[in-house]
Design a binder for this molecule. Structure first.
Ligand SMILES: NC(=O)C1=CN([C@@H]2O[C@H](COP(=O)(O)OP(=O)(O)OC[C@H]3O[C@@H](n4cnc5c(N)ncnc54)[C@H](OP(=O)(O)O)[C@@H]3O)[C@@H](O)[C@H]2O)C=CC1
Ligand SMILES: O=C(O)C(=O)Cc1ccc(O)cc1
Length: 433
C-alpha cells in the first residue's frame, strides 16, 4: 500500500462508505465531520485506528494527498471556498457530488493553481455493493501519475472504472438518472395525491408494478438534496425533465381523446427509434415476469390487472424525442436506471404487452384518475426543476417522503434484495453472451 493519505470532507452516507472501504484496504483516511458533535457521537470510526477524525476541513486539506469532497452539491461552492485554500501543496482534489459542473467550477475558483483535480462518482447508493458498479473518474487537471494514484486508492471498491470528462458525465447522468428520477418522483406524488398505498391496491401488484413501487420508495427514502442537486444543478437535466413532462401530457391527451391510431403510431415510432426491431423468437429480455413477481410488498392478486403504463410510454417517448439511445449509456448507469430500462424493454419488446397498454389506454377509463394525478405531478416536478428552487423541490419531496415513511424499512429490504437478484441475473446473462 502506498504512503499517500486520503482526506474525506463530508462524512455522510457516501463519505462513510468510502472511509470504510478505503481504511479496510489499508489506507489511512483523514475524515472531517461537518460538526464536531457529530464526529464525537459517531462511534463507528472511533475504534478504527486507520481513520483519523479531524476537527476541521482545514486539517484534512493540509494533511492529505487526495482530498475528496463528499458533501451536498448545493454546498460545494461554500465548502470548497472554505477549505480549498488550505489544500496541501501539490495535492490532488476531487469530489463525489452527482453533478460535476458546479463541483468543477468551485475547484477552479477556489483551489490554488498547484493543486491537481481528479474527481469521481460512484454510480450507486451507499447501500449497494460497489463491486462491478460503474465508477466515473474524471481527470480534469492532473498528470497521468496522479490519476493512477486516485485509481489505486479507489481500486478497493472493486468498481468498473469509466474515464469521462465532466461535461460528458453531466450529459449522460441527465439522460439516465435525472429523467428516471422524474418518473418515480411523479409516481409517488400521484399515489399520495390519490391517498393510495399502491401495495394495498390489486391494480399495483405483481410484475413490473413491483419495480415501480420499490424504486419509488427507494428514492423517497433517500435524501432530497441528492435528487434536487442532480436535477437542478445539472445544466443538461432541465430539458430532459421538461420533455418527460411533455411526453406524459401529450400521450395522456391522446388517451383521453380516444385517438387510437395517433397514439399507436407514436408509440411504435418511439419503439423503432429506441429498441429497433422486435426481439426474435427465443431471444431473452433483460427481465422476466417470474423474476419481477418475487419482490412484492403486498399479496399478489389471482389475476393481473391491466395498466396502460403511461409512465413507461412517456419515458420511451421522451428518449425518442431527444434522440437518446439508453443502451449507449449502460457503461455509466445506476442499478435504478438499468431496472427502469429493463421494464421499459419488457413492455416494448413483448408485442402483446405493448398492445395491451394501447388497448387499456383507449378503452379502460378506470386508470384516468391515477393518470391525471401522474400528469399533474410530472409537470409540477418539471416546473420546480426549471424554476431552480431548492426549497420548492425540498418542500414537495419531504411531503411525499413523510407519507411513505412507515414503509421505508421494509421497502428498502425488499428493494435491496430485488436489485441484488436482478443485477445477478443481468450479470450472468452478460457472461452467457
Ligand atoms: N446517496 C446517494 O445515493 C449518492 C450520493 N452521491 C453524492 O454524494 C454526495 C454526498 O451524498 P450523501 O453522502 O448521500 O449525503 P449526506 O447528506 O449523507 O452527506 C453529506 C455530508 O456532508 C456534510 N457536510 C455538509 N457541509 C459540510 C462542511 N462544510 N464540512 C464538512 N462536511 C459537510 C454533512 O454533514 P452534517 O451531517 O454534519 O450536516 C453530511 O454528513 C452528494 O453530493 C450526492 O449527490 C453520489 C452517489 C450516490
Ligand atoms: O440509482 C440511482 O439513481 C439512485 O437513486 C442512487 C444514486 C443517487 C445519486 C447518485 O449520484 C448515484 C446513485
Amino acid at each position: 500500500m502506498g504512503e499517500a493519505t486520503v482526506g474525506i470532507i463530508g462524512m455522510g452516507d457516501m463519505g462513510k462508505m468510502y472511509a470504510r472501504k478505503i481504511s479496510a484496504a489499508g489506507w489511512r483516511p483523514m475524515a472531517r465531520h461537518f460538526t464536531l458533535e457529530n464526529a464525537l457521537s459517531d462511534n463507528e470510526f472511533h475504534d478504527n485506528t486507520n481513520v483519523s477524525i479531524l476537527q476541521t476541513g482545514h486539517l484534512v486539506s493540509r494533511s492529505s494527498d487526495w482530498i475528496m469532497y463528499s458533501i451536498e452539491a448545493k454546498n460545494i461552492d461554500a465548502v470548497v471556498a472554505a477549505y480549498g485554500p488550505s489544500t496541501k501543496m501539490g495535492a490532488i482534489v476531487g469530489g463525489q457530488t452527482s453533478t460535476k459542473a458546479p463541483e468543477i467550477a468551485a475547484f477552479e475558483k477556489h483551489l490554488p493553481k498547484d493543486v491537481e483535480i481528479v474527481s469521481c462518482h460512484s454510480l450507486h447508493g451507499p447501500g449497494v455493493d460497489p463491486r462491478g458498479q460503474p465508477l466515473v473518474i474524471i481527470n480534469h487537471r492532473a498528470s497521468q501519475k496522479s490519476v493512477e494514484l486516485v485509481e489505486s486508492i479507489l481500486a478497493c471498491l472493486g468498481s468498473k472504472v469509466v474515464p469521462l470528462s465532466a461535461e460528458k458525465h453531466d450529459r449522460i447522468t441527465a439522460d439516465t438518472q435525472a429523467v428516471t428520477h422524474a418518473a418515480f418522483l411523479s409516481m409517488g406524488t400521484a399515489w399520495q395525491a390519490n391517498k393510495q398505498f399502491p401495495w394495498e391496491n390489486p391494480r399495483y401488484l405483481g410484475g413490473i408494478e413491483n419495480v415501480k413501487i420499490n424504486l419509488t420508495l427507494r428514492i423517497y427514502s433517500n435524501k432530497w438534496h441528492v435528487y434536487a442537486g442532480l436535477a437542478i444543478l445539472n445544466p443538461s437535466a432541465k430539458a430532459q425533465i421538461r420533455q418527460y413532462a411533455e411526453s406524459v401530457t401529450e400521450l395522456f391527451k391522446l388517451m383521453l381523446g380516444g385517438h387510437r391510431k395517433e397514439l399507436t403510431e407514436r408509440i411504435y415510432a418511439a419503439r423503432a427509434a429506441v429498441f429497433g426491431k422486435p426481439k426474435a423468437d427465443g431471444e431473452e429480455l433483460l427481465l422476466e415476469d417470474e423474476l419481477l413477481d418475487r419482490f412484492s410488498l403486498g399479496e399478489k392478486p389471482a389475476h393481473r390487472v391491466k395498466n396502460n403504463h403511461l409512465s413507461i410510454l412517456a419515458m420511451v417517448d421522451c428518449w425518442w424525442r431527444l434522440g437518446i439511445v439508453p443502451y449507449d449509456h449502460m457503461i455509466c448507469s445506476t442499478p435504478l436506471f438499468r431496472l427502469w430500462l429493463g421494464i421499459a424493454e419488457y413492455v416494448y419488446r413483448k408485442e402483446d404487452v405493448l398492445n395491451e397498454c394501447i388497448d387499456t389506454a383507449i378503452d379502460d377509463n378506470t386508470f384516468r384518475a391515477d393518470d391525471l394525478e401522474f400528469t399533474f405531478a410530472a409537470r409540477d416536478w418539471s416546473e420546480r426543476v426549471s424554476f431552480g428552487s431548492m426549497d420548492g423541490y425540498r418542500a414537495q419531496f419531504e411531503k411525499i417522503q413523510a407519507y411513505f415513511e412507515p414503509r421505508f424499512k421494509e421497502a428498502t429490504k425488499v428493494g435491496n434484495e430485488m436489485i441484488r437478484t436482478i443485477e445477478e441475473n443481468l450479470n450472468s446473462r452478460k457472461r452467457d453472451v
